[in-house]
Each structure stands twice: as structure tokens, then as C-alpha cells.
Design a protein around this ligand. Structure first.
Ligand SMILES: Cc1cc2nc3c(=O)[nH]c(=O)nc-3n(C[C@H](O)[C@H](O)[C@H](O)COP(=O)(O)OP(=O)(O)OC[C@H]3O[C@@H](n4cnc5c(N)ncnc54)[C@H](O)[C@@H]3O)c2cc1C
Ligand SMILES: NC(=O)C1=CN([C@@H]2O[C@H](COP(=O)(O)OP(=O)(O)OC[C@H]3O[C@@H](n4cnc5c(N)ncnc54)[C@H](OP(=O)(O)O)[C@@H]3O)[C@@H](O)[C@H]2O)C=CC1
Ligand SMILES: CC(C)=CCC[C@@H](C)[C@H]1CC[C@@]2(C)C3=C(CC[C@]12C)[C@@]1(C)CC[C@H](O)C(C)(C)[C@@H]1CC3
Length: 427
């Protein structure tokens, strides 16, 4: 069994091939069920999107701790896969901000799980891609929302310098930490906090239709020697990369940042990911397969410098997105090597056309995957993975997952995660 949500509707890169051979379950659960400000919990159904949630919560003065930035990402997809954002160094991944899940198991029973109730199931749901049960609701922590983010842009020269500053910023008191690496030697580090006060002369609603693409706006701070400060309305900040799909839009609509285009037609942007997927031709699919890399590798922060060098040598794609996150020592598929303390990791996001000669998608990606396994890192599974089943099991801890699948007789109802995310399972 799998959900009946068609592949073209999902934000993941490829379409799931398995949907045509499995029993498809309609899970049309699209509502925000309850906002309990006393207990600071919001209860939502799995198809609630990030755009829908921020539009509802922010006017009420609330938000959730981790808001992955593409509007159409769903709570179900983020729980069953993962979500990371610039607050993750403080709160962890999306699933670490969830307090309880309600699932329908393969025997038809409904269970609620949390850290104190059915805890093994609770810790096994993230990264399980719908292979333990069907999610029907999620309780997420609420945090107070303020009106603006006071964002400081700091140009940094030298990779070693950036790595040090980035690590310090992630361990400091900042609420938001992110860096964009424009080449091996130049980056802009962004740190911010929420505030209700705003210096109007520095207000920048980056989400307005005529505003330049965010990554290009950030790039302008590279030229100045000084740091810059801006006040960005909270919702504009959360979805700052939505309009340009990070920097992927430049390959799809190359003239999209032209100021006249923005002024007249900027309101049309971005095209819906689902529309792009639905209308994707075989030729474009091949082009992306053979001459494009989309990968997010999660590595321990002390491996950041080595990872950037390896990415440069293997695919040579810039900009690179850097986002720190805290990985707590919880049981389940993804945890730090030592189970004593939470560890700081970083998401190294590489999206674009490789600038190396003789780029071979499979070989290059496998080289990166091997490195990530070696340093006890993890690959985000919305993108292509070329790992074998054994390699996949070496990267993701299947101990608890296997135990639960056996106890709950999941093998009679759901495939294994690998059979949903591997290259063979996706078209
Ligand atoms: C002919 C008729 C007459 C009625 N007369 C009355 C009346 O006089 N007084 C009265 O109080 N009621 C009456 N009802 C029943 C009832 O009020 C409405 O049908 C009900 O409120 C549905 O509202 P809706 O159309 O907004 O919900 P829907 O459009 O069915 O659903 C609204 C949203 O909730 C979601 N949703 C629906 N069901 C579920 C579920 N089980 N779990 C999760 N999400 C769900 C949907 O996906 C949708 O997003 C009547 C119903 C009918 C058909
Ligand atoms: N900033 C970030 O962190 C970003 C994250 N992403 C990635 O995008 C993906 C989310 O995309 P989205 O379109 O929302 O999700 P998808 O529809 O792609 O779903 C992802 C997985 O979750 C499963 N799933 C979803 N809902 C349920 C449910 N109710 N019960 C059981 N299983 C369920 C799906 O199962 P099935 O196959 O059966 O449908 C699928 O395997 C995540 O993998 C995330 O990591 C992408 C961009 C940015
Ligand atoms: C963890 C984080 C921050 C991930 C960000 C990932 C984005 C860059 C990804 C998510 C969805 C994504 C894979 C997508 C694409 C580009 C990269 C995206 C936007 C595009 C639009 C590229 C063009 C393709 O033909 C197609 C339309 C299928 C995809 C759709 C999904």
C-alpha cells in the first residue's frame, strides 16, 4: 500500500514508480484541526502545507519552530521524510518539533504515539516514508511569532574563515543561521532574530513580486566590505527561497530576474512545482538526469570544509546552500554516531549544472554518497540516491525499524523504505 497522492503533486524530485503497482489509499486530509495556544500545540492533518500553516498561524501571533521554506511542502511528507531550515540548529529537524503522531496501522487500528506513548513507533516514523503506517494527524509545537526578522548579512572570504564563523554562529544565540557559498572562496553568512520593532529605512519585504531573486539579492552583499542589516517580514523570510526555488529557477526561466519581467509578470512566479512536474517532457527529464545535480547531504559540522572541497572536486556547482542543524541522540533511523549528546550537523545543498568535465551522474553521486556514509552523514531522500540496499542500510540505522516492521507485520502491507526511495523505484 501507499498513499494515492499522484507523483506529479509531490515536491520530491522524481515521481514514484511504485504507485502504479501498489494499492493506493486516498488520504485527503487537508485541514488544520486545532490551535491550542495554552498548551502551545497545533494539530494538523498530513496534507497541510507550509504555506497554509504560516498564513494561518502568523496573523494569530504564532508559528512552528521549523518552517521548511517551499510553500507546497506538506506536513506528512516532512514527517515521513525530513525537513530542515535555518532554525534547525536550535530546534532540530522538522520531526524533532513534532510532539505526537496519529497513524492507521496495517491491521486497521489507530494509534497515537509520542515520546511517552508507543515511543518506539514515535521515533521510527521519521524517515520511514509511509512504510510503518498511514499518518492521519500530527501535533506540532507552537512558538510565538514576531513581525520581522532582523537579518544580518556578512560577506566572508576564505573557506576556513567561513567554516569557523558558520560554526560560531550556529552555536551562538542566533535564531536563524544560513550561508550561501558563491564560490570556494566567497560566501555570505546570514544570522537573524525575530523582532517586533523595525527600522523602516531598512525594511525589505523580499517576497513582493517585483523583488529580485533572494540568492541574487544576498550576493550583492559580497561586493561591499561591510555587513548589512535588513528587516524582513516574517512570512517573507520563511518563504524567501520559494520564488526562485533556491537558484533552480534560473535554468527554467533564465530571464525571470529581469526587472521589467519582474514588475509586469513577477506575480506569476514561481511556477507551481506540480505544474512543472506534470508538464515535464521526457527530454527535460533526461537533461536533468544526465546534466544536473540536486542533492542535500547532511554531515557533521566538523566535516564541512572537507565536504565543500569534495563537492567542488566532484561536481563543481555553486552556489552551495549551508544550513546547520542539531541532531539529538534519539533512537530511530537517523542519529549521531555517539548516542550520548546531540551533535551539530550541516546540510550541504547542491543544486545546479555540474561544471566538471565528463560528469557521470551515477559515478559522481556514488562518490559523494560514499563519503557521506564514511563521515556518518545522511543523504536527503527526496533527491536521487544511487546507493545499493546494503549501502543504504549502512547509512540509515534499521535496527528499530526492522523490529517494528516485524512486530506490526508491515512486510505484508508496505514496502521497505529502500524500495520507495531508490533510483529503481522512481521515474
Ligand atoms: C443535505 C444535507 C443537509 C444537512 N443539513 C444539516 C443541518 O440542517 N444542520 C446541520 O448541522 N448539519 C447539516 N448537514 C450536515 C453537515 O453540517 C455538513 O454536511 C457538514 O458540516 C459538512 O460541511 P462541509 O461541507 O463544510 O464539509 P466538507 O466539505 O465535507 O469538508 C470540509 C473539510 O473537512 C475535511 N473533512 C471532511 N471530513 C473529514 C474527516 N472525517 N476527517 C478529516 N477531514 C475531513 C474535508 O477534506 C474538507 O477539507 C447536512 C448535510 C447534508 C448533506
Ligand atoms: N527544506 C526542506 O527540508 C526540504 C525538504 N524537501 C523534501 O520534500 C519531501 C516532502 O515533499 P512532499 O511533497 O511534502 O511529500 P511527498 O508527497 O513527496 O511524500 C514523501 C513521503 O512521505 C509519505 N507520506 C506522505 N503523507 C503520508 C501519510 N499521510 N501517511 C503515510 N505516508 C505519507 C509518502 O508516501 P507515499 O509514497 O505512499 O505517498 C512519501 O513516501 C520530503 O522528503 C522532504 O525531505 C524538499 C525541499 C525542501
Ligand atoms: C533541503 C532543501 C532546502 C532542499 C531544497 C531542494 C530544492 C532545490 C528542490 C526541491 C524540489 C526540486 C527537487 C524540484 C526541482 C528543482 C530543485 C527543487 C526545487 C525541479 C523544479 C527541477 C526541474 C524538473 O524538471 C522538475 C520540475 C521535475 C523539478 C521539480 C522539483
Amino acid at each position: 500500500m501507499c498513499t494515492a497522492r499522484p507523483g506529479w503533486q509531490t515536491v520530491s524530485f522524481r515521481r514514484p514508480a511504485y504507485k502504479s503497482t501498489m494499492y493506493n489509499l486516498e488520504v485527503n486530509l487537508v485541514d488544520i484541526l486545532n490551535i491550542d495556544v495554552k498548551k502551545q500545540i497545533v494539530k494538523v492533518e498530513p496534507l497541510v502545507t507550509m504555506g497554509q500553516l504560516t498564513a494561518t498561524l502568523i496573523p494569530l501571533g504564532w508559528s512552528i519552530p521549523v518552517v521548511p521554506e517551499i510553500d507546497d511542502l506538506t506536513v506528512g511528507g516532512l514527517v515521513m521524510g525530513t525537513g530542515v531550515e535555518t532554525t534547525s540548529h536550535k530546534y532540530g529537524l522538522f520531526q524533532h518539533t513534532c510532539l505526537a503522531y496519529e497513524l492507521v496501522l496495517c491491521d486497521g487500528s489507530v494509534v497515537r504515539c509520542s515520546k511517552d506513548e508507543n515511543s518506539e513507533l514515535f521515533y521510527s516514523v521519521p524517515w520511514s516514508y509511509g512504510t510503518l503506517g498511514i499518518l492521519t494527524s500530527v501535533e506540532i509545537r507552537l512558538v510565538p511569532a514576531k513581525k520581522y526578522v532582523k537579518l544580518k548579512y556578512e560577506p566572508v572570504k576564505g573557506l576556513d574563515n567561513l567554516v569557523k564563523k558558520f560554526e560560531d554562529a550556529s552555536k551562538g544565540n542566533n535564531e536563524f543561521v544560513e550561508a550561501i557559498l558563491y564560490n570556494e572562496d566567497e560566501a555570505v553568512l546570514m544570522t537573524g532574530c525575530q523582532t517586533d520593532d523595525c527600522d523602516r529605512s531598512k525594511l525589505n519585504p523580499v517576497g513582493l513580486w517585483y523583488k529580485p531573486w533572494f540568492f541574487l539579492h544576498v550576493k550583492t552583499f559580497l561586493n561591499g566590505k561591510l555587513s548589512g542589516v535588513e528587516y524582513i517580514p516574517l512570512r517573507d523570510y520563511y518563504h524567501r527561497h520559494t520564488r526562485s526555488l533556491f537558484w533552480e529557477i534560473q535554468d527554467i526561466i533564465p530571464f525571470g530576474n529581469n526587472s521589467i519581467f519582474r514588475l509586469l509578470l513577477g506575480w506569476l512566479m514561481p511556477p507551481k512545482i506540480s505544474l512543472l512536474k506534470l508538464t515535464q517532457t521526457e527530454a527535460i527529464k533526461k537533461l536533468y538526469e544526465n546534466n544536473h545535480v540536486i542533492q542535500d547531504m547532511l554531515v557533521p559540522i566538523e566535516k564541512l570544509e572537507d565536504s565543500v572541497k569534495l563537492f567542488k572536486e566532484t561536481v563543481n556547482i555553486f552556489p552551495i546552500w549551508l544550513c546547520p542543524f542539531l541532531l539529538p541522540p534519539n533512537p530511530g533511523m537517523v542519529h549521531p554516531k555517539q548516542m550520548q549528546n546531540a551533535e551539530l550537523y550541516v546540510d550541504v545543498g547542491v543544486y545546479g549544472v555540474p561544471a566538471v568535465k565528463n560528469f557521470k551522474p551515477k559515478e559522481s553521486t556514488r562518490k559523494l554518497e560514499e563519503y557521506v556514509r564514511k563521515v556518518h552523514g545522511f543523504q536527503m531522500l527526496y533527491a536521487d540516491t544511487y546507493m545499493s540496499r546494503e549501502e543504504f542500510r549502512a547509512m540509515f540505522d534499521h535496527t528499530l525499524y526492522d523490529k517494528l516492521r516485524f512486530n506490526m507485520k508491515c512486510h505484508q502491507a508496505f514496502p521497505e523504505v529502500y524500495d520507495k526511495v531508490s533510483k529503481q523505484a522512481r521515474i
